[in-house]
Design a protein around this ligand. Structure first.
Ligand SMILES: [Zn+2]
Length: 399
């Protein structure tokens, strides 16, 4: 289908054409890499069960102690990098590692596209609670163009952010010779995806491109941009691309740098992270109440493009922000499946109107172009979307 020729997202073409939903949560099989057992229960729900019933958390706690004992430096140097936005999850990890495990974290942040007021405030309050931080901000001219190319080719302007979020921390680690990097949760295990690393404390660097970069690297975006006249060679220099790519794998391995997930060592409950950070890093929930597209008020608050990013997931996979939030809360035992279905019905797919205009300005496209792109993704998803009386509707809803 020639409609697909400009779509670089490999997971897009891999979507199963028969849509069904998990019997335990509200996710569907459209979520990339999600698998199901013979009872129709998704891999994220199976993992949640194992978190409660199978994993020995005391043992994991010991492993974390040992790991910290191995890497802790008492000579005044940093001994650990925590990529941190000031959001509840990363602030939780940094604060715990510093205060409970006696580590000396250097926190690093890859800047959001456009900070929200509350995102900036939480970030500053997090730093004030006692952390050194390096804020990495990419070439803004190039970054905007890459975001636009991400939107057109992968249906997600977030790609250049996702690249830097992983890679920047590794660059700082190699620069300062810090051997341990602690990310928050293993999203693939917690939210559903590849189960390959569920029982590993870390992800091999070789897996990054597939799992985090949607099969498209920054070089794919750049090449597409050059070929389609969105980018010219005047828009950037080679050095502008450094932080979008991880340092050479040989260098990371040679220096013995390891990346771990905190969620491997302690049970990951986002709501508890929120309470913890409200107490310790002055974290504030969204003062305007819930975020668009969901009912929650304390996750992903930093970036004015957040809402659009989640909404595009709804267009491409039929799974919006409320579905993801509600699925996790079912697994954490906070809500029932019935309550979750009601929340999904009410909020999923709500259009992110609040920052829409400035998002278009940032991406340097007009509304017509935007809806053309959205149309392309819907037309390429006949198993998900149907047009009735000129209005697009999802064919399958959780029930
Ligand atoms: Zn499930």
């Amino acid at each position: 289908m020639d409609k697909l020729e400009n779509i670089l997202d490999k997971q897009f073409e891999n979507r199963p054409k028969d849509v069904f939903f998990c019997k335990n949560c509200v996710l569907s099989n459209q979520r990339p890499r999600l698998t199901f057992n013979e009872d129709g229960v998704c891999s994220a729900c199976q993992f949640a069960y194992e978190k409660k019933n199978v994993i020995d958390w005391n043992e994991r706690e010991k492993l974390l102690q040992e790991l910290c004992d191995t890497y802790r430096k008492d000579n005044g140097e940093y001994d650990i990098i925590v990529p941190a936005s000031g959001g509840k999850d990363s602030a939780f990890v940094a604060h715990k590692l510093k205060h409970e495990y006696g580590m000396h974290p250097l926190t690093v942040t890859w800047s959001p596209f456009m900070y929200t007021d509350i995102g900036w405030q939480n970030f500053q309050d997090f730093i004030k609670s006692g952390f050194s931080n390096i804020l990495g901000t990419p070439n803004g001219h190039l970054h905007r163009k890459l975001a636009r190319i991400g939107l057109e080719t992968v249906g997600d302007p977030f790609l250049p952010f996702i690249y830097g979020q992983m890679s920047f921390a590794f660059h700082i680690a190699t620069k300062f010779d810090i051997k341990l990097i602690f990310f928050g949760e293993n999203g693939e295990a917690e939210y559903g995806g590849s189960t390959k690393n569920n029982y590993r404390p870390f992800m091999p660097i070789e897996d990054w491109a597939d799992l985090y970069f949607k099969g498209a690297t920054v070089d794919d975006l750049v090449n597409w941009g050059l070929a389609n006249n969105i980018l010219t060679s005047d828009d950037f220099t080679e050095s502008d691309l450094i932080f979008y790519r991880p340092p050479p794998i040989d260098e990371i391995k040679g220096k013995g740098i390891q990346m771990h997930w905190f969620s491997y060592y302690q049970k990951w409950v986002p709501q508890e992270n929120y309470y913890y950070c409200a107490e310790h890093t002055n974290f504030q929930a969204n003062p305007e109440g819930r975020s668009e597209g969901t009912y929650s008020k304390y996750a992903s608050l930093d970036d004015r493009l957040d809402g659009l990013h989640y909404w595009l997931g709804f267009i491409k996979f039929g799974i919006g922000r409320a579905t993801s939030d509600a699925a996790h809360e079912i697994r954490d035992g906070h809500i029932t499946r019935e309550e979750a279905i009601a929340l999904v019905k009410r909020y999923d797919g709500e259009f992110p109107a609040k920052h829409f205009k400035e998002s278009l300005e940032y991406l340097d496209i007009d509304e017509e172009k935007f809806w053309d792109i959205i149309e392309k993704y819907r037309v390429a998803s006949p198993h998900l979307w149907e047009k009735i009386d000129g209005e697009w509707r999802l064919k399958h809803k959780v029930a």
